[in-house]
Design a protein around this ligand. Structure first.
Ligand SMILES: C[S@@+](CC[C@H](N)C(=O)[O-])C[C@H]1O[C@@H](n2cnc3c(N)ncnc32)[C@H](O)[C@@H]1O
Length: 433
């Protein structure tokens, strides 16, 4: 066993890349995974906040399910678990309320024949280079603050090109691939801070974009991702194809049969950290996924939402969990609204745990990676709270083991004092009977 340290932790085990599925990670141990390639195949097709490193889900999938089995990620985000399940010869089910998560996961896990993709991409780029029509540019709040005029113009040309090919009958899987590549450059060419999940303009971080750069970036991303897609298609061609089912619904009420799933692996949202609709708002405007109205209705569906009503947080709410109630009380003293947000996060997670227990086969595991964070200066150790909750009589999992996994690089910039230091991985098991 090696011991390494970062600022605050000693690690008992350090892994460079893959973890052998034969290894039992000791209960309560601290491990560090140094990811070899977080963007291999199509994993890097689009940024997504708090994405899994592929190595952790790959280990969990291979350790706790067999080839030909089924793996569910009830909050699949950009589809890391879904893709790793497929590559490991398992059928995959990805659930998420977020439309961007659905689109990215769908594109990331499909096979597209290289020659056809290449030829459609050339036609698309040709159209972009030769169009002389003024492009259609969607209307949305503060549009002209988010983008410079010539950037809007170039994004409009790309968007028109994709829509043109879509309405001329190009198969949806190719159009969706082009949409994801288009989406992947939007934040980069906007005036929004590219490192912050909240879509905000910070004068200091406005990038200098020159005329023609937006189309150049699209072309560049397209070339890279065509290669990635070809490699994925070749890799999937070498294994027996397994089904991918994606469901745009809430993890708290899934349309999945009872006792039908062999393993669930997920990383839920962090409390207080990522506002997913706001993170992807510019991309969603451009992709026509949202209109000009407020995002608040959409936000209410997300676990960890900060969109709560005053009447909900006038009174202190209790959870009956000994690990949570003292924290709710303390947070309530300085910030009743925040206390309710934390309460609601765990109430929704309870519904989610009950729902995952329902769909798992008896004896199957639910592997959950969750970080701790500070709320109003108070440490909230979510893994302790979720462990108590998951094993309570209301839910009914057994906690088989848990371990701490050092966190390396994530696409989120959270104030230093609120930053998560790593993730705890809980291995929960549905009782046999
Ligand atoms: C930490 S991210 C998952 C990232 C993912 N592991 C990956 O590698 O990309 C959490 C996800 O939970 C999703 N989510 C939040 N509330 C949800 C709900 N009620 N039902 C399903 N998914 C939800 C968010 O949309 C987000 O995609």
């Amino acid at each position: 066993m090696t011991t390494v340290s970062d600022d605050s932790h000693d690690y008992e085990l350090e892994f460079f890349g893959d973890i052998s599925p034969d290894l039992t990670i000791p209960d309560l141990s601290r491990i560090l995974i140094i990811s070899k390639d977080q963007s291999y195949l199509t994993h890097g097709i689009h940024k997504f906040p708090a994405k899994f490193f592929p190595e952790l889900p790959r280990y969990l999938i291979r350790r706790y399910s067999v080839k030909g089995g089924s793996v569910l990620d009830p909050m699949c985000g950009s589809g890391t678990v879904v893709l790793e399940s497929l590559l490991s010869g398992r059928a995959a089910i990805g659930v998420d309320v977020d439309p961007m998560a659905q689109l990215i996961t769908r594109v990331k896990t499909q096979s597209l024949p290289h020659n056809e993709l290449d030829s459609h991409a050339n036609d698309l780029l040709d159209w972009i280079d030769h169009t002389s029509v003024y492009p259609s540019i969607p209307e949305f709040n503060y549009r002209d603050n988010w983008f410079q005029p010539f950037v809007l113009h170039e994004l409009g040309i790309i968007s028109d090109a994709i829509n043109h090919f879509s309405s001329s009958g190009l198969l949806p899987e190719f159009c969706d691939f082009f949409r994801v590549i288009f989406s992947s450059i939007i934040r980069e060419v906007s005036n929004a801070d590219p490192h912050c999940t909240r879509t905000v303009i910070r004068k200091k971080s406005i990038r200098k974009i020159s005329a023609g750069e937006t189309i150049f970036k699209f072309r560049d991303a397209l070339t890279k991702q065509i290669n990635a897609m070809s490699e994925l298609t070749a890799s999937l061609g070498m294994i027996e194809p397994k089904e991918v089912v994606l469901k745009h619904e809430s993890a708290t009420a899934m349309t999945i049969e009872n006792s039908s799933i062999d393993l669930a692996v997920t990383s839920p949202p962090y409390i207080n950290a990522v506002d997913y609709p706001r993170t992807h708002q510019l991309e969603m405007y451009w992709l026509g996924m949202i209109g000009d109205g407020p995002l608040s209705n959409m936000k209410r569906n997300y676990i960890g939402t900060e969109t709560v009503y005053k009447r909900e947080y006038e009174m202190l709410q209790y959870s009956s969990l000994s690990t949570l109630d003292p924290l709710l009380e303390k947070i309530f003293e300085s910030d009743p609204r925040r206390s309710f947000i934390v309460f609601k996060f765990f109430e929704d997670m309870k519904k989610q745990l009950i729902e995952t227990l329902r769909v798992l086969r008896p004896g199957a595991r639910y592997c959950l990676a969750i970080g701790s964070n500070l709320i109003r200066g108070i440490p909230v150790h979510s893994h302790e709270i979720l462990s108590e909750m998951a094993t309570s009589s209301e839910v009914g999992f057994h906690l088989e083991r848990s371990f701490f996994s050092g966190l390396i690089r994530h696409f989120i910039r959270i104030p230093r004092k609120e930053r998560m230091l790593g993730e705890w991985v809980l291995i929960l098991r549905k009782p046999e009977y």
